[in-house]
Design a protein around this ligand. Structure first.
Ligand code: TYC
Length: 110
């Protein structure tokens, strides 16, 4: 979905008349980082599976991101438009809850 910004400008013509112009410019949508938070209990394999299945990372990248979260406390799983980010956050938190792991996922505007 593309959003558009409409800019109204007023030009003063040489004859003294004023014409109002409408300029339409494309506006890129806001982007949101989907962030995984570390905890001491969620198994590493579970986080890797989440990164593969929900964020479509390959095995090696999923493992690298998981280890980064494990070592740094938090890490970016992906960057998406609002609705996609919101859905992924919901899926991750829902899966964690289902398997009774404390894994938490949040989103943050870029
Ligand atoms: N720290 C967890 C462990 O040692 C692994 C882990 C990684 C948990 C990333 C959450 O987002 C996370 N089992």
């Amino acid at each position: 979905m593309k959003l558009f910004k409409i800019i109204m400008t007023e030009n003063n013509e040489t004859d003294g008349n004023t014409v109002t112009e409408e300029k339409v410019t494309a506006k890129e949508p806001d982007l949101f980082k989907v962030i995984l938070l570390n905890d001491d209990f969620t198994p590493m394999d579970f986080v890797v599976e989440i990164l593969r299945n929900v964020f479509h990372h390959d095995g090696q990248t999923a493992n690298e991101i998981m280890l980064d979260v494990h070592e740094q406390g938090a890490g970016v799983a992906g960057v998406y438009t609002f609705g996609v980010a919101e859905t992924k956050v919901y899926i991750v938190n829902n899966q964690a809850k289902k398997y009774q792991f404390p894994l938490k996922c949040i989103m943050e505007k870029e």
